[in-house]
Design a protein around this ligand. Structure first.
Ligand SMILES: *Cc1c(COP(=O)(O)O)cnc(C)c1O
Length: 366
């Protein structure tokens, strides 16, 4: 028998969450962002549920090839554009749209021989200071692209650093407005956080929104808001079972480093899930977890293949009881991945992307 751990992907949740992105930006088109192998869910596993999107955005050319292999004929956008000149050949062959964020990428285009001119998304660095042309250089970059026979259409794109937080997007919107004012072309600014929080503003939703984490049911501005607030559903469940039960006496400790000491008699369960499955080792005692759909907490250190949970709230639990590390539990129970991530000092994005290859993945309905 394999270990009882598995990750489940929920296509209906994906479709629901994508519809939420549409509802937030009704007159915009929606990119389903499927980079990092669809945030760890698997490009092939999410494809059917997300094919109602207007396009797919990602950054790995091999993932773009996988989408075309699924017979996706619609738009695909490379969010970081080309990494080297010969990537342009693949863009030509597969009809990929690509971001142009630096002078070198324009040089490569100018030297590229293609029969089919490309659609490019010229990126403004409006304050994130990762990729993109600074406002003073933006117009010149646009003018250069505009005269290239290799370029068919120029769209404009930027990315927010603080759409999920207190700084907000006003400073970047101001830089964007000034740099793009009289340039033609479709526009895309918003990630999930901006789509959820600011897309009432037509200038923010623009022509295309880029829905990443929200498509998977992650809450970009947790804990300010939660899944219920934004009406999102987890698209991934990580679940396992109890391998063993221990009855602790006062003074007994649990696991490596004896990080937890029972103060009173305590029943604990040992779960077949550890950091080698992608469950964060940083999760301290008290991290939320569901046993038989009942909310309880982890106790002691997470080890490579196991972790331990307090069975106080679940007296009926026994070997084989179902454990939900995040996502959907039995009886309609739900544990948000963002809660677990917060306990580990990180964000849901990282947990989704880090589920280990050894964890078998099952798609609901298959
Ligand atoms: C990852 C990414 C997104 C999606 O971000 P979420 O916060 O997951 O919605 C959008 N745009 C760019 C450029 C990205 O790299």
């Amino acid at each position: 028998m394999p270990r009882p751990i598995e990750a489940r992907i929920h296509p209906r949740a994906l479709t629901h969450n994508l519809a939420r992105a549409r509802a937030c930006a009704p007159d915009a088109r929606v990119w389903a962002v499927v980079k990092a192998n669809a945030y760890g869910h698997g490009v092939e596993r999410v494809f059917d549920a997300l094919r109602g999107a207007d396009g797919f955005a990602l950054l790995d050319l091999a993932e773009a090839e996988r989408l075309r292999a699924l017979d996706w004929r619609g738009p695909i956008l490379l969010l970081e554009g080309c990494f080297e000149p010969r990537d342009l050949e693949l863009c030509s062959r597969l009809g990929l749209w690509h971001v142009v964020h630096c002078t070198e990428q324009i040089d490569w285009l100018a030297a590229h021989k293609t029969h089919t001119p490309h659609r490019v998304f010229l990126k403004l660095n409006s304050g994130m200071n990762r990729l993109g042309f600074r406002p003073q250089a933006f117009r010149a970059a646009w003018a250069r692209l505009n005269v290239l026979p290799q370029v068919e259409e120029i769209s404009l794109v930027t990315h927010f650093s603080d759409a999920d937080g207190p700084r907000g997007i006003a400073h970047q919107l101001a830089a964007w407005a000034e740099a793009t004012a009289d340039l033609p072309g479709e526009r895309s600014l918003s990630n999930s956080a901006a789509t959820l929080r600011f897309a009432q503003d037509a200038g923010v939703r623009a022509d295309w929104v880029r829905a990443g984490i929200m498509s998977y049911g992650g809450v970009p501005d947790f804990p300010e808001h939660d899944m219920a607030h934004w009406d999102l559903q987890p698209a991934m469940t990580l679940r396992s079972k109890l391998l063993a039960v221990q009855d602790l006496q006062p003074g007994d400790t649990v696991g490596y480093g004896s990080r937890f000491t029972a103060e009173a008699p305590l029943r604990i369960g040992v779960v077949a899930c550890g950091y080698a499955d992608g469950y964060p080792r940083h999760c301290p005692t008290g991290t939320p977890v569901l046993v038989d759909g009942v909310r309880t907490r982890t106790v002691g250190r997470v080890s490579m293949d196991m972790l331990t949970v307090d069975l106080g709230p679940v007296p009926q639990a026994r070997m084989g009881s179902e454990v939900t590390l995040w996502g959907h539990g039995p009886g309609g129970s739900v544990l948000g991945i963002d809660e677990v991530a917060q306990a580990a000092g990180t964000i849901g994005y990282e947990l989704m992307c880090a589920v280990a290859p050894r964890v078998p993945v099952v798609v609901d309905g298959d």
